[in-house]
Structures are given as structure tokens and as C-alpha cells.
Design a protein around this ligand. Structure first.
Ligand SMILES: *Cc1c(COP(=O)(O)O)cnc(C)c1O
Length: 367
């Protein structure tokens, strides 16, 4: 029997991609903001419902260059319950991450604990829409306004999500998406920054293109983070099928919920109020005392049946080898507890209901 991996990249039909890239052989224009880049940028702006958007090589550079474009200095309040990229983007800008604990239900930053961490050095908040669970954007906006802080959302998990009818990328000063192969929407590798302030957009554009402003003008110390034409073409194709992609994920999601609801000792994320979700991940939290085995035990049991789950996010960022000298995961006890009990189950559009049933049988079988 074939193994079930935790994720599987969505791809358009081969012919569709080939026909999309055909004109690149006519133009010989492969990168540097070509026609595919421009087209995808325009289509995403509309789809995401945002004022400004720029496309980059990946979600990490989106975060890193956004912080640089905002010319941040000092401390940044963020969550340890995230992918390495979020914390690294902060540290690689010479900024100090200050870790805030998370909400025990949706695992996003606990807004009631943010203000207690603000000092005179705090310049920004970098919250994460974890697994597509959106942060409390209203409360974060209130705190940011009151203390004059920038808000940069890591929206890597949140593609296509709407809150109260508004695109999730339109919240905060900046929202950063990842279009990595494993995400709901992919451009193979890729990312985008959404913003409202045009001056920020200009600064970011400089940073993604060596600071080159004209043929004879270089006005900032930029990097290179331009999305190439082949990646943009993949995005154009995948965007045509995004509604179908999310609808297929919804079917998988509903089957999981149907099968796992009521299983003693398993906690699932509820769909949030006023949110149009994207079903990007399916995390479960295991209470060993009730369920009978712990997270690692369940991970191993699934692996023995050829099912790939993921300990995502474990370890916490504040427990990484590169950060643990300065931080203690015990400072964020809720996040620490969740990171030790959470498992994300296989989730992708083409996962069949038979496969979901197999996974659930494996989870619920009693020894
Ligand atoms: C995927 C991801 C990133 C980084 O995106 P890349 O496109 O892989 O660089 C950042 N933050 C989170 C939460 C992610 O899941």
C-alpha cells in the first residue's frame, strides 16, 4: 500500500502549465517582473482583496524584507508557535523577538498578554494566522494604535481566508503570504506582501531588486527576491482552480471532523466565527491521560501504518538550538503544552475519503 504523506502539492494539468509557459520561449523573458509576474500580481490583488501587493521569491523573504522596509528597530512581540521563518525574519533584521504566549483554543497569539510585554523598545507585533486560524485582528489593531506599533502578519497559512467579508491580507500594516509548494496556493516557491501604504510598497520593491530604481539609480541596499516567470505562470494556473482546491479540502476536513468528533482525548480547532476558512491544515491535540497514548505514540502508530503526520509546530521557536540560550520555552507555557501534544494530520485536496477513513481508523483503534 502506498504511503500517505502529510501534504501533497497541488498542480494544474500538465498541458495547462505548458501552454501557460509557451510564450516565454517566444519572448525569452524569464524573470525581472515580466508579463506573468504582472498578470499574477493583478489577479492576486483582486482575489485577496488588498490595496497593494508585490510578489517575491518566497514567504520568508516577504517577512524579512517587510521588516526591513519598515525600518524597524528594537523589540518585536511575536509567537513562538510558528515556523522557523517568522522568528528568523525578525532576528535577521537585528531585531529582538519577545515571545508572547498563545490562545489555548485557536493557537494564535494571546492578545490579553501582548500589552504586558510592551516596553519603550517595542516597535512591532508579528502575529501568525496559525493553521489558517486567524488572529484577533481587531484587538491587535487596537493595541497597535494605542502604542504606536506596526503590525506585520505572517499570513503564510491564510491564503484565501476572509474575515467579515474582507480579505485577511488587508489587515495590519502588512500581511505576508507564502506560496510554497506545500501551501493551499503555490507558485512552486513564492510569496507576497500585501500593504496599504504606497511608500512602503516602493521601499519593498527596491529591496526585492537590489535597490535598483532606474538604469542608473540604486537608492537602497536591496537583496534579490523577485518572483520569476515560471513560478508566476504556475501561480496563474493554480489560481484558476483555487475555489475547487479549497472545496476539495473542505470535503476532507468535514470527514475528519465527522470521524474524530467525540473521540475522548482529542481536541480539534473549531471553525472561527465570521471566517471563510481555507482548510489548510488539520491539527489535533492529544490529551494522553484520556486518549491513552501520547502525541509521539500516535505519531509512531501512524508512521507504522505508512501515514505521515507532522509534529507541527514542535519544537517551539524559543526552544530552537539557535535561540534556547536566550529564551526558555517555559515562559510561554500554553504554547509549550500545545507543541508537545499537537499533530497535524495529512491534509490536501486530493486526499480521498477512503484515505481519511484509514487514517481515522488508525487513530481510533484500541489496543
Ligand atoms: C511556510 C511558512 C513561512 C515561509 O514561507 P516560505 O515560502 O517557505 O519561505 C513562514 N511562516 C509560516 C508560518 C509558514 O508556514
Amino acid at each position: 500500500m502506498d504511503k500517505i504523506l502529510v501534504t501533497r502539492s497541488s498542480m494544474p494539468a500538465y498541458e495547462e502549465y505548458i501552454s501557460e509557459i509557451k510564450e516565454l520561449w517566444d519572448s525569452h523573458w524569464l524573470t525581472n517582473m515580466g508579463v506573468k509576474h504582472k498578470q499574477l500580481q493583478k489577479e492576486l490583488k483582486e482575489y485577496l482583496g488588498v490595496e497593494g501587493i508585490d510578489l517575491l521569491t518566497n514567504g520568508h523573504m516577504a517577512l524579512e524584507l517587510s521588516l526591513q522596509a519598515l525600518q524597524m528597530e528594537g523589540e518585536v512581540i511575536t509567537t513562538p508557535f510558528t515556523f522557523a521563518s517568522t522568528t528568523h525574519a525578525i532576528v535577521r533584521n537585528g531585531l529582538k523577538p519577545v515571545f508572547c504566549d498563545i490562545d489555548p483554543v485557536d493557537f494564535t497569539i494571546d492578545v490579553s498578554k501582548i500589552e504586558g510585554l510592551i516596553t519603550e523598545k517595542t516597535c512591532a507585533i508579528v502575529p501568525v494566522h496559525v493553521y489558517g486560524n486567524i488572529c484577533n485582528v481587531e484587538e491587535i489593531e487596537r493595541i497597535a494604535k494605542k502604542h504606536n506599533l506596526k503590525v506585520i502578519y505572517d499570513a503564510a497559512h491564510a491564503f484565501g481566508i476572509e474575515y467579515k467579508g474582507k480579505g485577511i491580507g488587508s489587515f495590519g500594516d502588512v500581511s505576508c503570504f507564502s506560496f510554497h509548494a506545500t501551501k493551499v496556493f503555490n507558485t512552486i516557491e513564492g510569496g507576497a506582501v500585501c500593504f496599504k501604504d504606497e511608500a512602503f510598497g516602493r521601499a519593498l520593491y527596491g529591496l526585492k531588486n537590489f535597490g535598483i530604481r532606474g538604469t542608473e539609480i540604486v537608492d537602497s541596499v536591496g537583496a534579490n527576491a523577485k518572483m520569476n516567470e515560471f513560478c508566476a505562470a504556475m501561480g496563474i494556473c493554480n489560481l484558476r482552480h483555487i475555489e475547487e482546491e479549497i472545496a476539495k479540502r473542505e470535503v476532507v476536513y468535514k470527514r475528519y471532523v465527522e470521524r474524530l468528533q467525540g473521540v475522548a482525548g482529542l481536541q480539534m480547532n473549531p471553525v472561527q466565527k465570521d471566517v471563510k476558512p481555507n482548510y489548510s491544515y488539520f491539527p489535533i491535540v492529544i490529551d494522553e491521560k484520556i486518549f491513552g497514548i501520547d502525541r509521539n505514540g500516535l505519531f509512531d502508530r501512524l508512521a507504522e501504518s505508512g501515514i505521515g503526520a507532522r509534529k507541527y509546530f514542535y519544537p517551539l521557536a524559543n526552544a530552537f538550538d539557535c535561540y534556547k540560550a536566550e529564551y526558555h520555552a517555559s515562559e510561554t507555557p500554553i504554547a509549550l503544552g500545545i507543541s508537545e501534544c499537537v499533530l497535524t494530520l495529512p491534509m490536501y485536496a486530493d486526499l480521498s475519503l477512503e484515505q481519511v477513513d484509514m487514517i481515522c481508523d488508525c487513530i481510533t483503534k484500541k489496543y
